[in-house]
Design a protein around this ligand. Structure first.
Ligand code: CA
Length: 539
């Protein structure tokens, strides 16, 4: 597999014809202007991140030791995948909502982590899994004892006849769940219980007021007693059965209002795997929602080397080649704004549920850089999945998109986790961080330069978005504008050098504040190298 590394390196040189660092000039701001929650976020799977005690499993102490790295990268917010006790490696099925998983450390360790993060101006958002619990949670263990059990109604139990009348045993597979059986048998019970994802993840019964009170108390505990800054709400679409969409949306308004009483500036970001039309009404309860349509629009445009729009459809996503990326995004935001203007779009390319960017893009490191360039020049709060900044690889099944981070070359790497034998991300296929740090042309430095530029630009961080109409579908081009600045941003989707002639209306853009391959302005515009991006400021 050694040849792959050589190929990747060679490809990187070919695109830019240089091994120089991406260029970022001083912008109008020497200091950072990005402030929470308009910052660059970073999603961490603790298990795979950094191991402090040599047991091969990532832990909180290990992660605490990486806060300097993240601060240096320009990260100002972290989303932690589940950290509570759970029987599964991914921990999306909780057995105790008031503790830390022993593999990861103690509550004391976590409080130190929080304090150290806050010292570095990094906010912490934790995964909150309250659609369902583990089937080993004491509530469920009690519930399945029978009709008279104290916690019986914390879950939903129905007879076969009732299921036939009100629901159905089987459901359709969806983008966020392949499972088709939603009513499950439990030993010693004539009735079946509801579990959208699996029988190991029984759904909590939100028709029970006690359940609603419990989950609000759990939220209060983490915000007030522990001190986290917010939650990422898992499976936010499925609180009630999918047929009760209105109830699902209403619940999050209640949740938000209750948590705002505890911590007025708490941050809630929700996972509602669907298209903009379905997602938008959830914004009233969850003011930040992951923009799945945008994620697939970015990736499909890069894959096809053509500016296109994608949107979530029933089981996956569809592409509409007749709508450009720019026009599709403007429409997407219009759908949101028709609902409310009080939202912070959560934008991302990949997460723990999706194949890694470079694997999707044919392991073309220049396309990986382009993906980062597009993500980090869009409006909203951009999320980076851990390891994308070093170009980690990974394809489903899920454990293989959650492989160990490579801190250093194998023999030098004291902190690398070993809970899984990686199939995609190894020293032979991905250059470890420490080595990339010494290579100015690495994808790591590309991410770092982009984040540096964004953190210092009001227009990139807060500005609105409009179509700049350059190219014939081979470019993505747009303006970002706030009260102080207007920027013109052009991305080359193709493997060809594209000469771009600036329109008369854009003559004022005379300063390059970022470019992937050290592009410069000439008399009429600029030559944009393959898969390269340029950010121009007006003077
Ligand atoms: Ca460990």
């Amino acid at each position: 597999m050694k040849y792959l590394l050589v190929l990747l390196t060679a490809a990187a040189c070919l695109a830019c014809d240089s091994t120089k660092a991406p260029r970022h000039a001083a912008t109008s701001h020497e200091h950072e202007v990005a402030s929470w929650p308009n910052v660059v976020m970073y999603e961490i799977f603790v298990q795979s991140y950094a191991d402090s005690d040599g047991d091969g499993i990532g832990d909180i102490k290990g992660m605490t030791g990486k806060l300097d790295y993240l601060q240096d990268l320009g990260i100002k917010g972290i989303w932690l995948m589940p950290i509570m006790p759970s029987p599964s490696y991914h921990k999306y099925d909780v057995t105790d909502y008031y503790d830390i998983h022993p593999d990861y450390g103690t509550m004391e360790d976590f409080k130190i982590f929080l304090a150290e993060a806050h010292k570095r101006d990094i906010k912490i958002v934790i995964d909150m899994i309250i659609n369902h619990s583990s089937n080993l949670h004491p509530w469920f263990l009690d519930s399945q004892k029978g009709e008279d059990a104290e916690y019986r109604d914390y879950y939903t139990w129905l007879t076969d006849e009732e299921i036939e009348q009100f629901s159905s045993i089987e459901k359709e597979a969806t983008g966020d769940s392949y499972n088709v059986t939603q009513w499950h048998s439990a030993e010693g019970n004539d009735k079946k219980f509801y579990g959208f994802f699996t029988g190991m993840m029984p759904d909590l019964n939100y028709d029970n007021e006690k359940v609603r009170e419990e989950v609000i108390e759990i939220g209060r505990y983490w915000l007030e007693d522990v001190g986290v800054d917010g939650f990422r709400l898992d499976a936010a679409k499925h609180i009630y059965e999918d047929s009760r969409v209105k109830d699902n949306r209403k619940w999050w308004k209640v949740y938000r209002a209750e948590l705002e009483k505890v911590k007025p500036d708490n941050y809630l970001v929700g996972e509602v795997w669907d298209n903009a039309g379905f997602v938008a009404p959830f914004l009233h309860g969850l003011p930040a929602l992951f923009n799945f349509d945008l994620a697939f629009s970015m990736l499909e445009s890069i894959k096809r080397e053509k500016s296109v729009t994608a949107f979530i459809s029933e089981h996956s996503w569809e592409v509409d080649e007749s709508i450009s990326f720019e026009a599709g995004y403007i429409k997407n935001q219009q759908v949101y704004r028709n609902e409310t203007t009080d939202y912070e779009d959560a934008v991302f390319l990949s997460n723990h549920d999706q194949n890694r960017i470079l694997s999707v893009l044919g392991e073309n490191i220049n396309k990986g850089k382009l993906a980062a360039s597009i993500l980090l020049t869009m409006p909203g709060t951009p999320y980076i999945y851990y390891g994308e900044e070093i170009g980690m690889l990974g394809m489903k099944p899920d454990p293989n998109i959650r492989e160990p981070f490579l801190w250093n070359a194998r023999r030098e790497d004291q902190e690398r986790t070993e809970w899984i034998d990686p199939e995609y991300t190894t020293d032979e296929t991905v250059v470890p961080l420490r080595i990339q740090m010494n290579d100015k042309s690495s994808i790591y430095h590309h991410y770092k330069s982009l984040i540096y530029t964004r953190n210092r630009s009001g227009a990139l961080t807060y500005g609105d978005f409009s179509n700049a109409h350059y190219g014939n579908g081979d470019l993505i081009s747009f303006y970002r504008k706030n009260e102080e600045d207007t920027l013109l941003i052009v991305h080359n989707l193709t493997n060809r050098l594209i000469p771009v002639q600036l329109a008369l209306k854009d003559e004022a853009f005379k300063e390059v504040i970022f470019s992937t391959c050290d592009e410069q302005l000439n008399d009429s515009g600029f030559d944009l190298k393959p898969y390269s991006s340029i950010v121009l400021a007006g003077r």
